[in-house]
Design a protein around this ligand. Structure first.
Ligand SMILES: Nc1nc2c(ncn2[C@@H]2O[C@H](COP(=O)(O)OP(=O)(O)O)[C@@H](O)[C@H]2O)c(=O)[nH]1
Ligand SMILES: [Mg+2]
Length: 201
């Protein structure tokens, strides 16, 4: 499920991923909407259900009622819009309030093609992501940067967690709990980021 202020590019990210298309004037989403994509990871067929939400306050009662069903929540802001970044903490508070405890969250800085208009540095975005113990990724729906990575890595993580949840009836995989796997995941991504590879533009 994608959350974030109106205009940050949530619908464009989904459309780029599902249809490999970009439009500069999409209709505003009303409440919630979902799209499906079948993918294959490690020879396993997975049906991704991607939920788009409207960022406007007036739809909040509708959208928050869907948080509980989400396995992963991508909190999106626009790197050229400081306000949308400042509001990340409000979205996180809503997740705490309405979503399942321990739901996977990822912070997404979209519109990284507009680097010259950047109002949020990678460092401060990473800092807030670290504060929440989550991963940061920069994307561009317009230039197709990190869009596949975003969804595939999310699906991979969810898959590993599912395996962890059913493995040998003990809730572990290779002796690790789902939480350990997430920590490993974050650790790996931090390393990637430090090397300048992986998740950022
Ligand atoms: N330059 C640029 N513009 C984008 C990008 N993603 C979305 N936009 C534009 O941002 C505006 C809002 O996008 P939309 O997906 O409707 O935002 P939503 O309200 O979060 O769903 C539209 O005019 C898009 O064309 C991007 O990656 N780069
Ligand atoms: Mg939208």
């Amino acid at each position: 499920m994608l959350l974030g202020d109106s205009g940050v590019g949530k619908s464009c990210i989904i459309i780029r991923y599902i249809e490999n298309n970009f439009s500069s004037n999409l209709m505003n989403s009303i409440g919630v909407d979902f799209k499906l994509k079948n993918i294959e990871i490690d020879n396993k067929k997975i049906k991704l259900q991607i939920w788009d939400t409207a960022g406007q306050e007036r739809f909040k009662t509708i959208t928050t009622s869907y948080y509980k069903g989400a396995h992963a929540i991508l909190v999106v802001f626009d790197i050229t819009d400081r306000d949308s970044f400042d509001h990340v903490r409000n979205w996180m508070a809503d997740i705490d309030k309405f979503a399942k405890e321990g739901v996977l969250r990822i912070l997404v800085g979209n519109k990284c093609d507009l680097a010259h208009e950047r109002q949020v540095s990678i460092e401060e975005a990473k800092e807030i992501a670290n504060k929440y113990g989550i991963k940061y990724i920069e994307t561009s729906a317009k230039d197709t940067i990190n869009i596949d990575d975003l969804f595939i890595s999310t699906a991979k993580y969810l898959l590993s967690k599912q395996i962890a949840g059913t493995g040998a009836g003990k809730g572990t995989q290779n002796g690790k709990s789902g939480l350990d796997l997430l920590r490993d995941n974050n650790q790996n991504n931090n390393n990637n980021n430090q090397n300048g590879g992986g998740f950022c533009c």
